[in-house]
Design a protein around this ligand. Structure first.
Ligand code: ZN
Ligand code: ZN
Length: 424
């Protein structure tokens, strides 16, 4: 029997993995510049972590969770999203008792039993951030600015930020009633799933991609027009902060997020490069979430973005992070003696942080070696033959310009290091 990977769970290797690593590095750097510290939670959690909090009426809990019963009959779930596990960890370790606000980020694989398609896998990767213990609108704007910076730093340009407010415990119940009344008046035109949503999570009708449902929601009452004074004040200040931080965004009253625990700010990042599944990620304020875990009660705001989606959008944008890694120096030996010298030098360079590639074929001849250096995409070729050995010098050729010079062999490492560090 031929063994294959589980459907919707990919192997990652070669150039593709290197591209991921470069993006991951940029993402980690931005998080740390914004003062966010990493947290890692286990892949398996007790089922209640999600069933109590993510909301029974969401697709995630209803149909997509990988659940298993372990040998001691405990019901466990492979983490389908990051925030619920994060909150479980915060409360378990009483991190919310420390002086706030506190900032965390995570980068972890998630698991959902969905129909696999481009940009939607059953094991996928999310990076996200959570800022807890602060209820202010400036924290919401900080989170949106963080995501905006992350996407720009990794090389994305064609993305949009959509912002909405989903209200709070004061204004949402009345709006919900208004919406249900409206939707019931058009119940014949709703799809089967939306008829169910109508009872359990009516706001999620806005998420439906069905054309008929979209026509109905296009004329539906909007939460934005039904916010209480505190919520509309909060919303205005989020927008004011985004203006001050020069983060471009647009108001979109249909952004409701699928999860019940969101309050006030809800936002989504989309990219046209992704086609119909255009979400790069999203987030919002979740002041109501901690209380669902028991005694704790503290505000929070966060986001999560899909790594696979980001990589697709980057490839479509022809981002520089997508370029394959090329050696800085290609060491070309002409003969056995030159090889011995360059073999040692190649490791000296590698230890000094210079990506040096060495031809193990020392009988190739100058022309073929330079051809090989060109093929590998090396920035410099270092040629050493008997003539050079006799003089104690090497020939260094800059591949892009074709200019070459002879320099003492002992100076090669410094020569390359200073030039590589100067390169953009
Ligand atoms: Zn409100
Ligand atoms: Zn529908």
């Amino acid at each position: 029997m031929e063994l294959k990977s589980v459907r919707g769970m990919d192997d990652l290797f070669g150039e593709e993995l290197l591209r991921w690593r470069r993006v991951e590095e940029i993402v980690r750097n931005v998080f740390s510049h914004f003062g966010f510290a990493e947290i890692r939670t286990p892949a398996l959690e007790k089922i209640e972590v999600f069933s109590r909090t993510v909301g029974d009426a969401t697709d995630i809990v209803e149909k997509q969770m990988y659940t298993l019963t372990d040998i001691s009959k405990e019901q466990l779930v492979l983490r389908p999203e990051g925030t619920a596990s994060f909150m479980r960890a915060v409360i378990e370790h009483q991190l919310h008792q420390l002086a706030g606000p506190q900032r965390f980020f995570y980068y972890l694989p998630m698991f959902r039993h969905e129909r696999p398609q481009k940009g939607r896998l059953r094991q996928f990767h999310q990076f996200g951030a959570e800022l807890i213990q602060d209820p202010s609108p400036e924290a919401d704007a900080e989170m949106i600015s963080l995501v905006d910076t992350l996407f720009r730093k990794v090389g994305l340009r064609e993305f949009r930020v959509r912002l909405n407010s989903v209200g709070c415990g004061t204004c949402r119940p009345a709006y919900r009633e208004l919406l249900v009344k409206y939707l019931k008046g058009h119940i014949d035109q709703l799809c089967e799933q939306c008829k169910l949503r109508l009872e359990r999570a009516p706001l999620r009708v806005f998420d439906c991609k069905n054309e008929s449902c979209k026509n109905i929601t296009a004329a539906a009452p909007l939460i934005a027009d039904n916010l209480c004074a505190a919520c509309s004040g909060h919303h205005r200040r989020v927008q004011g902060s985004l203006h001050a931080l020069r983060v471009p965004y647009e108001n979109d009253p249909t952004i409701v997020r699928g999860l019940d625990y969101y309050t006030r700010s809800a936002f989504e990042f989309t990219s046209s490069a992704l086609g119909s599944q255009d979400a790069l990620g999203g987030g919002g304020r979740y002041d109501g979430l901690s209380a669902q875990f028991g005694k704790a009660n503290f505000p929070g705001v966060g986001f999560a973005a899909g790594m696979e989606r980001v990589m697709i959008a980057l490839a479509a944008a022809g981002s520089s992070a997508m370029h394959e890694s090329k050696p800085s120096a290609f060491l070309a030996p002409l003969g056995e003696k030159a090889f011995e010298l360059l073999y040692k030098m190649s490791f000296e360079l590698k230890r000094a942080g210079v990506f040096a590639d060495l031809s193990y074929d020392r009988e190739k001849g100058l022309k073929n070696l330079l051809k090989a250096a060109d093929k590998r995409g090396a920035a410099w070729a270092v040629v050493v033959g008997d003539d050079e050995l006799a003089k104690g010098k090497a020939l260094i050729k800059e591949m892009k310009t074709g200019t070459q010079e002879e320099i003492p062999i002992s100076e090669i490492p410094t020569y390359l290091q200073t030039r590589i560090n100067r390169a953009p």
